[in-house]
Design a protein around this ligand. Structure first.
Ligand code: PEP
Ligand code: MG
Length: 892
């Protein structure tokens, strides 16, 4: 018989932390905490396999489930000493989702389940508090009505609001037991009206309704969107946790809170969290009441005068602090915990590895390694390579003028500037048009996730550091200011006001998620200093790394940035990118439309000195590091003159008439430029182009050589399919090298190699390696030519392919290791057979993608090359790949 249900409670559990795949994160950790002897309310977990079974079998349950749930419930009743549905002493439970990966707020939760018209009286009697019992019942109807019965929550809110209005009451806390009873009657009518049947009184029906709703929520739109954004497969499913209720809202000796064992924004080793007295868990995250700080230090740092838990409940706080240390030592990682205090007794409701900013992740990993909790290799494994991107984000220039209009909480670091929008849809719409926007909301909810993703920054007027906006923004690496309470947002008029200042939709503001400041207009930003923990961790990573990391760069600015980020050379200098410069483009067009060799040489003569100077500068910046220069590879359409004005310019420069230029441009027009007259094919037709470039390279090498700097240029021929192409062009390069040696009297060492960008080149690598001294895999073109999918046109149908499950990832972003990767493996192997010492690298976009970097390690490439901002990501990914011999943690 299959086991579908795992119990926990009373200091023991059937599950363990390692059983996340089966029990979900929440269930596995509830089991683990129970085994650790921590105070966990008893309960049971219905496994993720039930979820899979449910969807595979037309939303039915396996036959044995009913009995196993009944047994699980019985065990809980035994521990608690209360009975589910009992009139005098009713057991109440919570029903929550819990997937393998945390998906905060994405799926459904029901609390206080087991209440009905009869048990509510039992609860009132046991708690000695009628008000509490009826408040719990109305919360239950509201949650269950919304989540399980699908009744819009506005209906419930209207009932409550109108009751408060009629009675002249301001706050929920002003309502007495009798008020709640009236509200409950109203709620029940809402349900009756919406469904045509009464609110379910049968507690078993309630339980199964909630279980079904949690499994059902796995496939709701926001969960699907979240999974897509976070690469979580639908096949994982969610577990359902049914757990005895404990109450943080039974009076002033009760509380509920969320905390991090270290500061999730900065990583500082200090207990960090928020709590609310006399409240239920959802009140903290919902941002309805402003929570108080756990510690005195936290309270002081935030200038709050509401008492910290350390002051108001010192004994319970001490216990919680001890739990914090125990959990960190046990999990060897920063934990995000939820707890409830019921009549001075502490209960742990959840623990999981806490989400953190990248800066915090670095500090925590480095600190924990120094504290001896983990070793340096583990610290390196802990950082998700892609997340380093967050650190490379700009911060506000401290010297810049700024007009601060409001201050909220520093919820997720980095500065962002953009136009104000008030809805997630608008954020998405404008960002698709290329606008940077700041999404401004009273608070955010899971429905806003697409807009938060699209926005450059997020600003909320309500909610704490653990509010939805704050948690989600940190996870995404978006800058976020939350709880800026002085701001008033009026969605209807599309205006945000603060002290007489009006900010309308479309106005530009800047937010600083590291300080919580909100500023009017655009405030200039600066790049961060990459020192401290970043430098320490990257230093450790570099020790574990085997592959070198180079950069794709052609401008001095890019080259300098890349060196600062730790690039160990240039893996791809795309010379055609040097030709886009306004000064040069006319001469380049002149060269392209020239009808004779003489015409081309005349244009090339104009470009040559600039090109030589480009290389001198690059060689100087790279200061002896290897530099791979790729000879011209222009997709012609990018360079042909298009407008009349452009043609006129070219005609003037070439001393010809516009008619001829127009005619030539037409002649050169290609139906399929990506597969047309580009790469080495251009060199074959017009060797004088490569000749000019080779000369510029050698002369530049001579020049910097005179200044005492050795350069060994690596000259790379693009889009080679046959050895013959390479041989013809290598002969041109060798001849020019000889000529430069003659004229300068200097012998230059250099390498000539090729890009492997065509399947034929990969297959014929053994032969090509006879002439090529190195290979660099141009996986952009190799992907294009292997799939026969145009790089330029793929975007229009790739989403369909991803939706249909044909592609798990965009193959232009993450290397298709099976197909394109097989060609890379074949070429590497065959190339090495001919020339064992052959240098192998990759310079397609995949060189900065962690999963692809892992593949490169497996194939044994010598280096990866990527854009400057991805150099740190590639360094870390290469270290993780070398360390694990398996996928980086982030991709596993
Ligand atoms: C490639 O094709 O992978 C490559 C690096 O060259 P480009 O992107 O310039 O075609
Ligand atoms: Mg290419």
């Amino acid at each position: 018989m299959s086991k579908w249900v795992y119990s926990f409670g009373d200091g023991k559990a059937e599950g363990r932390a390692e059983m996340k795949n089966l029990l979900g994160g929440k269930g596995a950790n509830l089991a683990e905490m129970s085994n650790l002897g921590l105070p966990v309310p008893p309960g049971f977990t219905i496994t993720t396999e039930v979820c899979t079974w449910f969807y595979d079998n037309g939303r039915q349950y396996p036959a044995e489930l009913k009995d196993q749930v009944a047994a699980g419930l019985k065990a809980v009743e035994g521990i608690i000493g209360a009975t589910f549905g009992d009139a005098g002493n009713p057991l109440l439970v919570s029903v929550r989702s819990g997937a393998r990966a945390s998906m905060p707020g994405m799926m459904d939760t029901v609390l206080n389940l087991g209440l009905n018209d009869v048990t509510v009286r039992g609860l009132a009697k046991r708690a000695g508090d009628e008000r509490f019992a009826y408040d719990s019942y109305r919360r239950f109807i509201q949650m269950y009505g919304n989540v399980v019965l699908d009744v819009d929550h506005h209906h419930f809110e209207e009932i409550l609001d109108s009751h408060k209005r009629d009675r002249g009451l301001n706050y929920d806390t002003d309502l007495e037991a009798g008020d709640w009873q009236t509200v409950i009657e109203g709620y029940k009518e809402v349900v009756q009206e919406a469904l045509g049947r009464p609110f379910p009184q049968d507690v078993q029906e309630q339980l199964w309704g909630a279980i079904g709703a949690v499994f059902g929520s796995w496939m709701n739109q926001r969960a699907i969107t979240y999974r897509k954004l976070h690469d979580i497969p639908a096949s994982w499913g969610t577990a359902v946790n049914v757990q005895a209720m404990v109450f943080g809202n039974m009076g002033d000796d009760c509380a509920t809170g969320v905390a991090f064992t270290r500061n999730p924004s900065t990583g500082e080793n200090a207990f960090y969290g928020e709590y609310l007295i006399n409240a239920q868990g959802e009140d903290v995250v919902a941002g309805i009441r402003t929570p108080q700080h756990l510690t005195v230090a936290g309270r002081q740092a935030n200038g709050s005068d509401l008492p910290a838990m350390e002051e108001s409940m010192p004994e319970v706080f001490q216990q919680l602090d001890a739990v914090r240390l125990k959990l960190e030592r046990h999990y060897r990682d920063m934990q995000d915990i939820e707890f409830t205090v019921q009549q001075k007794k502490l209960y742990m409701l959840q623990t999981r590895n806490g989400k953190r900013t990248t800066a915090a992740a670095l500090k925590i990993a480095v600190d924990m390694a120094r504290e001896g909790l983990i070793d340096e290799a583990e610290a390196v494994r802990r950082i998700e390579p892609k997340s380093l991107d967050q650190l490379l984000h700009p911060t506000l220039d401290p010297k810049a003028e700024r007009k601060i209009i409001a201050k909220g909480l520093p919820a997720s670091p980095g500065a962002a500037c953009g136009k104000v929008v008030f809805s997630a849809d608008e954020a998405e719409r404008q960002s698709q048009m290329g606008e940077a926007v700041i999404l401004c909301r009273v608070e955010t909810s899971p429905e806003d996730i697409h807009g938060m993703h699209a926005a450059a920054g997020i600003l909320t007027t309500r909610g704490g550091m653990t509010s939805h906006a704050a948690v989600v923004a940190r996870g995404m690496g978006r800058s976020c200011v939350s709880g800026a309470g002085e701001l008033r947002i009026d969605y209807k008029t599309g205006v945000m006001t603060v002290r007489g200042e009006k900010i309308a939709a479309g106005d530009v503001i800047t937010i600083d998620g590291s300080t919580g400041e909100v500023m009017l207009g655009h405030v200039p930003t600066i790049q961060p200093e990459l020192s401290g923990d970043f430098a320490t961790l990257m230093g450790w990573a570099d020790r574990f790394r085997r592959m070198k990391v180079r950069t794709n760069a052609e401008t001095p600015l890019d080259a300098r940035t890349a060196v600062k980020f730790g690039a160990e050379g240039i893996g791809l200098c795309r010379t055609e990118h040097m030709f886009f410069d306004t000064e040069r483009i006319i001469a380049v067009r002149e060269m392209i439309v020239a009808e004779t060799e003489a015409g081309r040489r005349a244009a090339l003569a104009k470009i040559a000195p600039m090109q030589r100077q480009d290389f001198v500068e690059l060689f100087r910046i790279m200061a002896g590091l290897p530099v791979t220069i790729r000879l011209l590879d222009p997709p012609l359409h990018e360079f042909l003159p298009n407008s009349e004005a452009e043609m006129d310019e070219v005609a003037k420069a070439a001393g010809t008439d516009i008619q001829r230029v127009r005619h030539r441009a037409l002649q050169l027009h290609e139906a399929n430029p990506m597969l047309g007259h580009r790469g080495c094919r251009l060199g074959i037709s017009y060797p004088e182009i490569y000749e000019m470039q080779a000369r510029a390279i050698f002369e530049a090498a001579v020049e910097v050589g005179k200044a005492g700097q050795t350069v060994i240029p690596e000259i790379m021929i693009p889009l080679v399919g046959t050895k013959k192409e390479l041989d013809i062009l290598k002969a041109v390069i060798d001849r020019v090298a000889g000529e430069v040696k003659q004229s300068s009297g200097v012998q230059i060492d250099y390498l000539v190699g090729t890009m492997i960008e065509l399947p034929r080149a990969a297959l014929r690598a053994a032969e090509i390696a006879q002439s090529a001294e190195f290979f660099s895999f141009g996986t952009n073109d190799l992907t294009q030519t292997t799939f026969g999918i145009s790089r330029d046109d793929a975007a229009s149908f790739l989403p369909d392919y991803q939706r249909a499950g044909i592609f798990e990832h965009d193959p232009f972003v993450t290397l298709d290791t099976e197909g394109v990767g097989e060609l890379v493996s074949i070429a590497a192997e065959r190339g090495r057979k001919t020339r064992p010492e052959i240098k192998l690298g990759i310079c397609g976009e995949h060189g900065g993608d962690p999963a692809s970097v892992y593949f490169c390690e497996k194939v044994g490439l010598s280096y990866v090359s990527c854009s400057p901002y991805r150099v740190p990501i590639a360094r870390l990914a290469a270290a993780q790949a070398a360390l694990m011999g398996e996928k980086p943690a982030s991709e596993a």
